[in-house]
Design a binder for this molecule. Structure first.
Ligand SMILES: [Zn+2]
Length: 240
């Protein structure tokens, strides 16, 4: 079957990378099992309207996905992804989630070992033009850190935090009224699959809520009232 497919594609003059047939096979196989587990009635619930509760701005990094936040993110997370979890390069999409879909949460999710932050902390002038254009926006949050003499691992995660804080700040400027009216909460977090925060690999660490970045103050916010203290200690942190 695979050979026939390759022959057909060659006849029609389409050139494909060699791994594509197995990737297609994987997609079809997964989709088949997905459909099996989700009857028609499942789709009835949302076929005319989406109703997510989170507008998510996360990095495109393949190690960061919506299932770190929610087992089944369908119709729950309105996701915007780009290199470096940035608002400036995607503000139209962010507006759609916040202003049209009225999600009560705008979550900006950075992550440990972010390649975009690493690139922006160094020299990236050899990159293709469009990558440079997107990374250039990271200059502002990283400017202070760039020339600091720090162990690189520490500089890197501090860069990730500075970027998340900057994105929260940009969102606050734009959606200040919604925040003041308590219709929107802007949360900045880091998906720590490296365990840099010592809370375990894969923990989502909250570092910023509506511009507040002090962990001690964050822990007192009513949005965390449902969590026991030991849980707050695990997830609300900052690397200084
Ligand atoms: Zn990244």
């Amino acid at each position: 079957m695979r050979k026939i497919l390759i022959v057909l594609l060659t006849i029609f003059g389409i050139s494909l990378a060699k791994d594509v047939p197995s990737i297609i096979e994987e997609i079809v196989k997964y989709d088949k099992s997905f459909i099996k587990q989700h009857p028609k009635s499942y789709f009835e619930n949302f076929k005319n309207k989406q109703k997510p509760y989170i507008t998510l701005v996360s990095c495109s990094d393949a190690r960061v996905h919506m299932n770190v936040l929610e087992k089944n993110p369908i119709n729950k997370i309105f996701a915007i992804r780009n290199i470096g979890n940035q608002l400036l390069t995607s503000f139209g999409s962010v507006d759609y989630g916040v202003l049209h879909l009225h999600t009560p949460v705008l979550l900006i999710l950075g992550h440990s070992h972010c390649g975009a932050v690493k690139a922006a902390l160094g020299n990236y002038e050899e990159e293709p033009f469009d990558i440079i254009r997107e990374l250039d926006h990271l200059f502002i949050p990283l400017a202070n850190l760039k020339n600091q003499k720090l162990d690189f691992e520490k500089k890197w995660i501090k860069g990730v935090q500075a970027n998340v804080d900057y994105q929260v700040e940009l969102a606050l400027r734009k959606y200040k009224n919604l925040v003041n009216e308590r219709k929107l909460t802007i949360i900045g977090a880091v998906d720590d699959f490296v365990n840099l925060y010592n809370s375990g690999e894969g923990r989502i660490i909250i570092i910023n809520v509506n511009g507040e970045t002090n962990p001690a103050k964050l822990k007192k916010l009513p949005i965390f009232d449902n969590l026991p203290e030991r849980e707050k200690d695990l997830i609300i942190k900052r690397i200084n």
